[in-house]
Design a protein around this ligand. Structure first.
Ligand code: BG6
Length: 489
């Protein structure tokens, strides 16, 4: 049976298409992973010819694709790419697009992926138009709709959006992208935990002291104030990427390798995360803003938007009761890295002579999400030629050494391919998004309530954020520590 797949990118003149989507499709094409008969149609309002659109995409591919640019390969790829000017909030223009797509299809089976790379305020009308024009009807082939984050800006808006989705689509047709889930190192968390028998027995409150999850960025708000101001780090990074990381670290082993088995376990974790009351927020979180933020183009002069946050979460279940999960993320920080570090408990009894007030550093296991992807285990070793002096040393697995320097694909490559295959494992389900908002909303409310001071904690750009974030951990006898940025010398 002949089959074709059309990939329709709405918002094709935007940055995401040029920087991520087309380069990822190009890399997939070079790896011969795309289906036999495929086509990409870029759609946005601005008038462009096919060639103008292709030229713009070519620049993106030259800059952002992983593989070296080859003009011949690009020409072969670009022959599958075309452009259609149209407004997806206008029903008639959507019908015209549908007719144009049908004119090309004519196969027995014609599948379509609709990628909504558009402003979130347009999601609802886009979905409604896809529905009323019959464009998501699956009688002639599959129809899958991809939505970028942010999925809502709080729980009520996320519920409304889920409602709008379910009015026209079955849950199996919707792919809510969280690009962190497409990262190779994030996918490896499940393999590391459940394809090895060493760590699972100690992966619980009996052996683990606490968990730190850091997503630090050196970039500042740049030209994104339009989107970022009023949104801030908690909605931008924590509600989605970081809570997903927490869920992957804390989930119970799924019974099978099916999309819903894993997604069910992640939902169970999010359900067990303790919700904060507004009066508990100040004790469990710190927010900050880097000093020059309010001077950035497009930022409100007295903006209270947090560009840094550190939050302490607890998970109320048997495995994790009493184990703090500290999450921190910030813009304009000293270094860009994302890592998860699991700190194990100290030995119950130390027989070695230690200097007064000294303790033994805890063993830690760090999952280095990026850069320098890998896993590090740090433990104590006796310093040679001393009686019993100890030092923390490091055992490391690095992707680059184990699999080669170009082994790690871009997150979007994997995610786009999974959509084509119909595998939703790495996509957020509606219920988990709502649960994440239900954890985040009280924190944002707490910050706006009388229980916390206003934006008290400014930090210098290029620093590690406000010192109050250090105190958050110090109270529990912990300290922000990166296990991936170690120097063994
Ligand atoms: C995006 C956020 O989702 O993730 C950005 O909107 C952030 O603000 C980015 O910079 C970080 O992604 P990565 O893959 O560079 O860690």
């Amino acid at each position: 049976m002949s089959e074709m797949t059309t990939i329709v990118i709405f918002g094709a003149s935007g940055d995401l298409t040029r920087r991520k989507l087309i380069p990822a499709f190009f890399d997939l094409y070079l790896k011969e992973r795309l289906p036999a008969n495929w086509r990409i149609v870029g759609v946005s309002r601005s008038p462009h010819s096919d060639d103008e659109f292709r030229d713009k995409m070519k620049l993106g591919v030259k800059e952002f694709a992983r593989f070296a640019f080859d003009a011949e390969q690009w020409a072969a790829f670009a022959a599958h790419v075309s452009y259609h000017a149209g407004n997806l909030t206008n029903e008639d223009e959507m019908r015209a697009l549908d007719q144009a797509l049908l004119a090309h299809e004519g196969e027995e089976v014609a599948n379509r992926m609709y990628y909504l790379s558009i402003a979130p305020r347009l999601y609802e009308s886009a979905l409604a138009n896809l529905g009323c024009t019959g464009m998501v009807d699956e009688s002639g082939g599959w129809r899958r709709v991809v939505i970028e984050k942010p999925f809502g800006h709080d729980l009520p808006s996320a519920k409304l959006l889920n409602h709008a989705v379910h009015r026209v689509l079955d849950e199996s047709q919707i792919y809510r992208i969280d690009h962190y889930l497409g990262k190779e190192t994030v996918q490896n968390i499940m393999v590391f935990r459940f394809a090895n028998s060493l760590f699972e027995p100690v992966w619980n409150r009996n052996y683990i002291d606490h968990v730190q999850i850091t997503a630090a960025e050196t970039v500042d708000v740049g030209h994104r104030a339009d989107y970022y101001d009023g949104v801030g780090v908690v909605r931008d990074m924590m509600q989605n990427h970081m809570l997903q990381l927490l869920a992957l670290v804390a989930a119970e082993p799924p019974a099978s390798f099916e999309a819903d088995a894993l997604r069910n376990e992640k939902v169970k974790v999010l359900r067990a995360v303790r919700k904060m009351e507004p009066e508990e927020v100040a004790r469990n979180s710190v927010r900050g803003q880097y000093r020059a933020y309010r001077d950035a183009e497009g930022v409100a002069p007295y903006s209270e938007t947090a560009t840094y946050a550190a939050i302490r979460f607890f998970i109320d279940n048997w495995r994790w009761q009493g184990v703090p999960f500290y999450l921190r993320s910030g813009k304009a920080m000293a270094k860009k890295f994302t890592e998860i570090t699991i700190f194990f408990k100290e030995p119950p009894h130390v027989m070695f002579p230690l200097p007064a007030n000294a303790t033994i550093a805890r063993n830690s296991l760090s999952i280095c999400i990026q850069p320098d992807e890998g896993i590090h285990f740090s433990f104590q070793a006796k310093v040679p030629d001393t009686a019993a002096r100890m030092r923390t040393v490091n055992m490391a697995f690095q992707y680059e050494t184990a699999f080669g320097p170009t082994a790690i694909p871009e997150a979007y490559e994997r995610l786009l391919l999974d959509i084509i295959k119909g595998d939703a494992s790495l996509f957020s389900r509606g219920d988990s998004i709502e649960l994440a908002w239900s954890l985040i909303d009280p924190i944002l409310e707490g910050w706006n309530s009388d229980h916390t001071t206003s934006m008290a904690f400014f930090y210098e750009a290029g620093s590690w954020g406000p010192v109050e974030a250090d105190r958050l951990l110090a109270r529990d006898g912990a300290k922000w520590t990166s296990g991936c940025q170690v120097d063994d010398s």
